[in-house]
Design a protein around this ligand. Structure first.
Ligand SMILES: [Zn+2]
Length: 64
């Protein structure tokens, strides 16, 4: 069994398994989130309305 079957090449939300709509560049690499809700949960931040944190949208230039 491969515990790391979801690697960087296929961005998915860090908090759930949805497709990442937001992508954050951090010192430890890219973190993807499907919504600011998941971002807040994962980062242990208060959940605010969508757009509050102003996360950068993931580039969707590569469509499968
Ligand atoms: Zn999510």
């Amino acid at each position: 069994m491969d515990l790391y079957h979801k690697m960087e090449s296929n961005h998915s939300c860090r908090n759930c398994d949805e497709k990442a709509n937001y992508l954050m560049m951090t010192p430890i690499g890219e973190l993807g989130f499907c919504s600011e809700y998941c971002f807040a949960i994962y980062m242990d931040l208060p959940v605010k309305e969508e757009g509050y944190y102003g996360l950068p949208k993931a580039e969707q230039s590569d469509v499968e």
